[in-house]
Design a protein around this ligand. Sequence first.
Ligand SMILES: [Zn+2]
Length: 415
Amino acid sequence: MGKCRLPCKNVSVRMSDAVERKVFAIMEFELWYLVLIPVLFAAGWWARGLEAREREENSRQLPEAYSRGVAMLMSDRPDKAIDPFIEVVRLDPELIELHHVLGILFRGRGEFERAIRLHNHLVNREDIPEADRVKALKELGEDYLTAGLFDRAEQTYRRLLENPSEHLDALRALLKIYCIEHEWTSAIDVARQLEVQGGEARSNEIAHYYCELAEGAVRAKDLALADDYIRKALDNQPESPRANITAGAVSAALGDGQRALELWQGVMKRTPQYLPLVLGRIADALVQAGKREEAVALLHQALADSASIDVMEEAVSRIAALEGNAEAQAAVLQLLAGHPSLSAFASLISLRQKENPGDEQTKLLSALLQRHSRRLARYQCSKCGFLASSFSWHCLGCGAWDSFPPRRIEDAKGR
Ligand SMILES: [Zn+2]
């Protein structure tokens, strides 16, 4: 480079400027580079420090929030546990078990949308164990069921059927849905699967499902179909009071009064506690068959033997129709002497009011007593305590069948 400087001065000056600019540029770059390294290093150190401080802060907050949530659960205030648990889950999304707890708490508080969102999120997470996804799917089904979204609940439990460990529980949940939705044919199909796959005794329930189908067919005036269903009910449970009572009703509608009478009399003999449900039917069938005296004798015998208010009401109205008002009043007075009750007194005043329709005071008194008597007419599920104003074969509270004794609470309390 030194040899060229004199003969090529202008060029060498231009070259020298360019080189110098380049050198300075390199020097500037190296200088910035040298400055940048410690700056970047410092920034990294600061960021690591920040992360560590955040981690430290989170780990300090996590047990604190977790403890608060647990304390709320222990003090029986689950709705107050939700906020601390949300905080814990935000700080550590890997706490899957706590997600499950939170979902159940949302559902318990009626926040179905949040519960469904949370469980859906877990079901779709690929990074959590299969067992947790299955658990979330089960909870999702429960969310839909509790929220009354039965179609979605059904779809969810159908997905759950594919998992062997949850298969039977999914079938039981589906059975519950079909009963709520009155899809009796599907209920029969699922109950049969539970019998075969789970070894569960379901024949009594299946008989009830066929009875429901038969009653629906009677309402639709398809008596041949009703007869087909009720025969299947009896095949499942030959001595079922309901199947026999319904079979009698179908036979009577088909014009076979004798078979109807035999079926109802069979119920009275085998299960006398169901007398309130068959007494009136038997008496009416006897009258239709020309056995009026037998009907009257049966009604008086039932009044003498049974302390049931329903039996009294069935018997008194028919005695009044068959033997006259005075005879019915005499029967009620006799009953009142042995078993005084508001319902029996209401029946007596009602009979007297019919005898003297123009007596305003008796009319008012009769209306008042009837109103109070109806208020007391309650039937109670023996399994869950659910109260119904009329007798039912199926409890809407707990879903049990045959759980209502055919006896009013007023009877059970000795009137
Ligand atoms: Zn119940």
